[in-house]
Design a protein. Structure first.
Lengths: 129, 538
């Protein structure tokens, strides 16, 4: 009963719906920060330890394939947030985190791959050494 | 001499808002007849009185969810699957596997919201390969919030999506890093709702069974009342199951409902037609009509930038609502464009004061104090739900941490003496547990454990409970009839599995009811109280 080709066919039928400026991808009803248009996607996420507690003041490096890396710092919530450039594709960005006395255990990009998302969430898990 | 009570509850710990601590109460004719200590209340009992020893358990007023899509949720409660509260993706997939064993091959297995990937220890969504592995002979539809939908490989075809090009054009096909479709489709709220509408409908008998089962599940959570705001996926004919249950006097939850605009561009005509013989508050103590909304006009529904024509359209509908003495509730998310709505409300308010109509704005999680003050000045209340419990991290990512430290400003709003109702907005964007919402109110944490709100905006447990009882009752003009354990109020209450006031805050969300009473009738009882449940009508 399966039609493995259905989704590709669907994609052809509907084309690739472009990212709508108002409705956030994912249907989020909250209005977006107004900084994503000019500066490109917002890269954000949380740096946490294995128990889920925030790791404060960790350095988060956003490294695009081409161009300069961007360094961000996690705040009291473990949250980091920043931009690279609107010309950099999120799929071409490698993210890592570091802090003295900790080692990076896992980096997990929650936002699915694709070039249209304007909010790229990546979680970083660290462990005290 | 007054007749003896029908029921007395003794040896409990009653949460009494404005009176002395009490251990017992007496119920007569569906209302609380007396409150006091156990010996005094027990002395009121006659041989005909049912006496229930609570064993020291905590009793709270029945909880009222002031914004829950209970009518819609009920229609499919027994035909869809529910991932609410599951902590692992493995458990979630197992539910699909189990359902697949008992349901006809080729039929749909549907999970329509109420979960988020952050609740799973695996910390991710399911994949198409995983759902195919557990249900190889079924179609599967997994909806996460109003954000995205996962279909099995044949699902889009079975839905007939390609045959609805206007809808298909609004959908984004998610792809992996190699460019292959993952099976996930993302879109805005309206589009996701339209996708859902392509699924087969439950039969009327299934709708009846589902509604009754869902209301019983609410009773098991201490819910005795709901306010339903219409919304997506709830056409007018879909109310029939609820009406039949009400006609048969089988409701176990008091339902207050408002009607959302059925058709874009016909809002005023449709409201006029639907309410010609349905005046404000028409109904009885179980089922009562409570005005219009949360979609009052389509031009103001999820639209942060309404045109002048759309403002005029809303104004005309609201003028009509005022002329009919009707309340209105509005779905609104973002504070920044809220002035569009408040401007129209203030225009109407200048002509006819709204204060006695008890209008409300639902959601508004990023409410600013200037906005709340404008609402307060008109007597417009605020319906608060725990959306940030699921969506807090996403909100922080969009707005940044500084924007969110005081949100939502529940304590500031209480200081302002703004009318506030509690709720969940279940069942697409949240599960229905009031205790999860209460825990979120008092600790400000997301499901991942992230503390978003400053301590200054964390209400006390009693303040939160008042919001979820008396506060919610205000919006249907019933704060003098229910929402508190007080003599003369309706006997709507819940005996809890744990002491809400003293249990560690992280455990509040797991609280359930052991005995739920609505109008003196024990509609749900479990554990040591199971034998006290009033005989079901069927």
């Amino acid at each position: 009963m399966r039609s493995a080709a259905v989704v590709p066919i669907l994609a052809l039928a509907i084309g690739f719906a472009t990212y709508a400026s108002k409705a956030l991808a994912g249907g989020d009803d909250y209005d977006a920060a107004n900084d994503v248009k000019g500066a490109g996607p917002a890269y954000f996420g949380f740096v946490r330890d294995a128990r889920g507690s925030p790791v404060v003041d960790a350095l988060v490096a956003l490294r695009p394939k081409k161009g300069k890396p961007v360094s961000l710092q996690s705040n009291a919530l473990g949250l980091y947030r920043g931009h690279i450039s609107k010309d950099v594709l999120p799929d071409d960005v490698q993210i890592s985190c570091e802090k003295t006395g900790y080692k990076q255990v896992k980096v997990y990009r929650r936002t699915p791959p694709g070039n249209t998302a304007m909010f790229i969430e990546t979680e970083c898990t660290m462990q005290r050494q | 001499m007054q007749r003896a009570p029908d029921t007395v509850l003794v040896n409990g710990k009653l949460v009494v808002y404005d009176g002395a601590p009490a251990q017992a109460l007496a119920v007569r004719d569906g209302k609380i007849a007396a409150i006091g200590n156990s010996s005094d209340i027990r002395a009121l009992a006659a041989s005909s009185t049912r006496i229930i020893d609570l064993g020291g358990r905590t009793v709270i007023p029945g909880l009222i969810d002031s914004h829950i899509h209970a009518i819609r949720a009920g229609l499919t409660y027994t035909t869809e699957l529910d991932w609410t509260g599951l902590r692992t993706l493995a458990e979630a997939l197992e539910r699909i596997r189990v359902a697949a064993r008992s349901r006809p091959k080729g039929s749909w297995l549907v999970v329509a919201g109420g979960w988020t990937d952050r609740q799973f220890t695996e910390n991710r969504r399911p994949t198409q390969a995983e759902i195919t592995a557990v249900a190889p002979d079924h179609h599967v539809y997994i909806q996460e919030l109003y954000s995205r939908v996962l279909l099995d490989p044949g699902g889009a075809d079975a839905l007939g999506l390609a045959g609805v090009p206007e809808l298909a054009a609004r959908v984004t096909v998610e792809r992996n890093k190699d460019g292959h479709p993952t099976g996930w489709l993302s879109a805005d709220n309206r589009t996701i709702s339209d996708l859902y509408d392509l699924l087969p409908r439950p039969t009327f008998a299934q709708q009846i069974a589902g509604t009754r089962a869902f209301f019983r599940a609410l009773n098991a959570l201490g819910i005795t009342g709901v306010a339903d705001p219409g919304g997506y996926n709830l056409a007018i004919p879909a109310y029939e199951a609820l009406l039949q249950i009400w006609r048969e006097r089988r409701l176990t939850v008091r339902v207050r409902y408002s009607i959302s605009a059925p058709r874009r561009g016909h809002e005023l005509d449709d409201f006029k037609g639907l309410t010609q013989l349905l005046p404000m508050r028409f109904g009885d103590e179980w089922l009562r009509f409570n005005g219009i909304g949360e979609n009052v006009t389509w031009g103001f529904y999820g639209n942060d930038n309404p045109s002048d024509a759309q403002k005029e359209e809303l104004y005309e509908v609201l003028r009509w609502a005022v002329s009919r003495g009707m309340t209105a509730t509005f779905h609104w998310h973002n504070d920044r464009p809220l002035h569009h709505l408040l401007d129209v409300l203030e225009r109407v308010n200048e002509e006819t004061p709204l204060a006695n109509l008890r209008w409300s704005i639902a959601h508004l999680n990023d409410a600013s104090m200037p906005s709340l003050k404008r609402m307060k000045a008109m007597g417009v209340g605020w319906l608060v739900q725990n959306a940030f419990y699921f969506r807090g991290e996403a909100f922080l990512g969009q707005r940044g941490a500084d924007a969110a430290r005081d949100l939502p400003p529940i304590v500031s709003a209480l200081r302002l003496k703004l009318s506030i109702g509690g709720g969940t907005d279940a069942h697409r964007v949240m599960g229905p547990s009031p205790f999860v919402s209460l825990q979120w109110m008092v600790d400000g944490k997301t499901i991942s454990g992230l503390v978003m709100r400053t301590p200054q905006e964390l209400p006390s447990r009693i303040e939160a409970l008042r919001i979820y009882t008396q506060g919610s009752a205000w919006f249907s003009f019933e704060e003098d009839e229910r929402g508190a354990l007080a003599v003369g109020q309706l006997a709507d209450l819940a005996v809890l599995s744990r002491d809400y006031l003293t249990v560690p805050v992280d455990d509040i969300g797991d609280t359930v009811s052991m005995l739920t009473m609505v109008g003196g009738r024990i509609v749900y009882a479990d554990g040591p109280f199971a034998s006290h449940e009033d005989k079901r009508l069927d």
